[in-house]
Design a protein. Structure first.
Length: 135
């Protein structure tokens, strides 16, 4: 289907009447003003990623979180030096309060073939035992 649409859009192929293009469920739902089927929330999961020359086999990814956290020990292992002070206060799910050491801005994180620019809040916290760090 992609090749067909690409050829039509780039004028390499003329649209002829009577041809049928099959649409997936999401496209069909949008055209019919219906909601697409609800997918299960994966919650949190781990993914491999790379920061600088440091590879992480199991970095925690939580889709419900709106901030990016990094233990101070990982900050040091990655060879980062510029930590911007912050007045941010974090209240955890158990209602405890954490005060970050600072923020690292504009960090390039490679996930698969994508490179994402993120800001990381650096905390004094224990590294997860499952976290695999390779240089």
């Amino acid at each position: 289907m992609r090749k067909f649409l690409k050829e039509v859009i780039s004028n390499k192929r003329k649209w002829e009447g009577g041809e049928t293009v099959k649409l997936n469920e999401e496209c069909s739902a949008i055209l019919q003003n219906k909601l697409p089927p609800k997918l299960k929330d994966p919650g949190s999961f781990s993914i491999p990623c790379t920061i600088g020359n440091t590879n992480f086999d199991k970095a925690l990814c939580d889709l419900g979180s709106s901030i990016n956290l990094m233990p101070y020990s990982i900050f040091e292992k990655c060879g980062m030096h510029e930590l911007t002070p912050t007045i941010i206060t974090l209240q955890l799910a158990d209602r405890s309060i954490k005060y970050p050491r600072g923020i690292v801005e504009d960090v390039l994180v490679k996930v698969g073939k994508l490179i994402i620019l993120v800001d990381l809040i650096v905390l004094d916290m224990e590294e997860d035992v499952l976290l695999q760090v390779e240089h």
